[in-house]
Design a protein around this ligand. Structure first.
Ligand code: UDX
Length: 464
C-alpha cells in the first residue's frame, strides 16, 4: 500500500512531502520522554519530518512542538487499576494492551506518509514484531547508560549465580562477572511479583537484539571500555550521539511546572556554595527517610536547593510530615521547591554539588555542567550508574548505607568543602571538556550522528 501511494505521488512530481518521515514512540515516563523528544528535535534539525505516537497516560503537550504531528493511542491504563506507582506493572500492561491501537496507528501513518523507520523506547518490546510484519526498520532508543544496559542484560546470569538470594546478607561482595558492581548494585526494580521484572527486562533485551540499530544518549569517551561488550552481545549498529540535551533542553517536555524562583534563590548565593538535591521523577521514600535527608542537610550547615516532588514521600502530599522546627532550620539554610528547572540549576555558578538518585538524565546533565555528585540510587539503572560515578569515573561519593543522617552530613562536607570534593570537581570538569569536544565537527558524538543519519537515509534505497 505504502509503495503504491509513493509511486502515484512520484508520477505527480510531489514526492518530497512523502519523504523523510520518522515515527517516534516514547515510553510515558519523564526520564524517557525527555531524551526521546530531544532525539526527535535532533532528527528534525537534520531534515526529517517527525510523527510522535504517544499513550494517553502522561501525554506530551503538542503545542510545544508545532513542527511534529502527534497521534494518541488509547491505552486503558487508568481504568485498568494498575497502580501508577509501579513502573514494571505499567510497562507490562501497556506492552500487551496497546498492540492493536499501535498497529492501527502505524498502518495509518504508513498509508499517509513514506515512513523511513520507527524509533521506539527499548521498553516497547512489542513493537518489534509489528515493525517486522510491515517490513519497517525499528531502531531502539535506550535512554540509560551502556553500563546499566549491560547489567540489565546480565540479570538472568546474576540470578543463575544465586546473587539475588544474597542481596541482604552479602551486599558488599563483588560480582566477579561484572566489576566493579557489588551484589547490592544489581539493578533491581520493586514490584508486586519479582518474576515480572525478569519477564519485562528479558523481553526488552531480546527484542532489542532483533532491532535494526541501537541509539544511546551517551558519549563514547565515557563508556569506551563497555563498547566491545555491547557490540558482542547486541550485534546491531550502535550510535552514541549524546548528550542529547546539549542539542535541545528538556524543559519543554517537563510534566511538572518548574519553579523559576530556584534561579532567583541561586542568584543570591556564593559561587559553588549550594548543593542541589533531587531524586528525579519516579523514586519514592517513606516519611522517616525524608526526615533523615532533612536532618543530614541541616546538620551539614551547607546551603542547598532541594526539589521535593509531590508524591516523593509515600502516603504524603508533600513535606507535611517534617517537624516545624526542622522546617524552620532548613528555611534559613536553603530553599525547597516542588520541581526545579534542573538544567538551568546545574549550570548556575552557585551550584557546587548535586545529590542525585543517578537517573541517567540527571547523571549526564551533572557531567555536562562539571558538577560532582553525592549518589543515592533507589532502583534499576540508578544502582549501576551510581557505582560507575563513584568507583569508575570517581566524580561522586556514594552513600553506601542508604539514607542515614550521619553519612549524609559527612558526604556533604567531603563534597562541598574538602579537598576530596575539589579533586572530583577537577575530574568531572575534564569529562565536561570531553563532551564539548565530542559534539563538535570531528568529535565522536558528532560523527556518530552523521553515521546515524546516513544509516536512516539508506533505508530509502531499500524501500523505494
Ligand atoms: C527514570 C528512572 O528513574 C531512571 O533511573 C532512568 O535512567 C530514566 O527514567 P527519572 O527518575 O525521571 O528517570 O530521572 P532522570 O533520568 O534523571 O530524569 C529526570 C529528568 O527530569 C531530568 O531531565 C531532569 O532535568 C528533570 N528534572 C528533574 C527537572 O526538570 N526538575 C526536577 O526538579 C527534577
Amino acid at each position: 500500500m505504502q509503495r503504491k501511494i509513493k509511486e502515484s505521488m512520484d508520477n505527480q512530481g510531489t514526492t518530497s512531502i512523502l519523504q523523510n518521515r520518522i515515527v517516534l514512540f516514547p515510553l510515558p515516563f519523564q526520564g524517557h520522554i525527555n531524551p526521546m523528544f530531544q532525539l526527535a528535535n535532533i532528527l528534525h534539525s537534520r531534515g526529517f519530518n517527525i510523527s510522535i505516537i504517544h499513550t494517553k497516560f502522561n501525554f506530551p503537550n503538542p503545542s510545544k512542538y508545532p513542527h511534529f504531528t502527534f497521534h494518541q493511542i488509547s491505552d486503558g491504563l487508568l481504568e485498568s487499576g494498575v497502580p501508577i506507582s509501579d513502573p514494571v506493572l505499567i510497562i507490562k500492561f501497556l506492552n500487551s494492551n496497546i498492540v492493536e491501537p499501535f498497529r492501527e496507528c502505524l498502518d495509518r501513518l504508513m498509508f499517509d506518509y513514506h515512513v523511513e523507520c520507527v524509533i521506539t523506547d527499548a521498553n516497547w518490546f512489542f513493537t518489534q514484531a509489528i515493525a517486522d510484519r510491515v517490513n519497517l526498520p525499528r531502531i531502539v532508543l535506550r535512554t540509560s547508560s551502556i553500563c546499566s544496559f549491560l547489567a540489565f542484560a546480565s540479570l538472568s546470569l546474576f540470578r543463575d549465580k544465586g546473587y539475588f538470594s544474597n542481596i541482604d546478607s552479602n551486599a558488599d561482595a563483588p560480582i566477579e562477572e561484572f566489576p566493579p558492581l557489588k551484589i547490592k548494585d544489581i539493578p533491581q526494580i520493586e514490584t508486586s511479583n519479582s518474576e515480572d521484572v525478569f519477564q519485562v527486562i528479558g523481553a526488552m533485551v531480546e527484542q532489542t537484539k532483533k532491532s535494526s540499530a541501537l541509539i544511546f544518549n551517551t558519549f563514547s569517551e565515557l563508556e569506551e571500555p563497555d563498547l566491545p561488550k555491547l557490540h558482542n552481545q547486541f550485534p546491531v549498529p550502535t550510535f552514541t550521539i549524546g548528550p542529547f540535551h546539549k542539542f535541545f533542553s528538556a524543559s519543554t517536555t517537563s510534566l511538572l511546572t518548574q519553579d523559576m524562583n530556584s534561579i532567583s534563590f541561586l542568584d543570591k548565593q556564593e559561587p559553588k556554595s549550594v548543593l542541589y538535591v533531587s531524586f528525579g521523577s519516579v523514586a519514592s521514600m517513606d516519611a522517616q527517610k525524608l526526615q533523615e535527608v532533612a536532618l543530614g542537610l541541616a546538620n551539614s550547615k551547607q546551603p542547598f536547593l532541594w526539589a521535593i516532588r509531590p508524591g516523593l514521600v509515600q502516603g504524603s502530599e508533600w513535606i507535611e510530615t517534617l517537624p516545624n522546627e526542622l522546617l524552620e532550620t532548613l528555611s534559613k539554610q536553603g530553599y525547597v521547591v516542588k520541581w526545579a528547572p534542573q538544567q538551568e540549576v546545574l549550570s548556575h555558578f552557585a551550584i557546587g554539588g548535586f545529590w542525585t538518585h543517578n537517573g541517567w538524565n540527571s547523571t549526564l546533565e551533572s557531567i555536562c555542567e562539571g558538577v560532582p555528585m553525592i549518589c543515592s540510587p533507589f532502583f534499576g539503572d540508578q544502582m549501576v550508574n551510581s557505582r560507575y560515578v563513584s568507583d569508575v569515573w570517581k566524580i561522586g561519593i556514594k552513600l553506601e548505607k542508604g539514607l542515614e543522617r550521619d553519612e549524609i552530613e559527612n558526604a556533604i562536607r567531603r563534597l562541598m568543602v574538602e579537598k576530596e570534593g575539589d579533586e572530583m570537581r577537577q575530574r568531572i570538569l575534564c569529562l565536561k571538556e570531553k563532551i564539548d569536544v565530542c559534539l563538535k565537527p570531528g568529535g565522536s558524538s558528532y560523527q556518530s550522528l552523521e553515521k546515524m543519519v546516513d544509516f536512516i537515509t539508506s533505508f530509502r534505497s531499500s524501500t523505494a
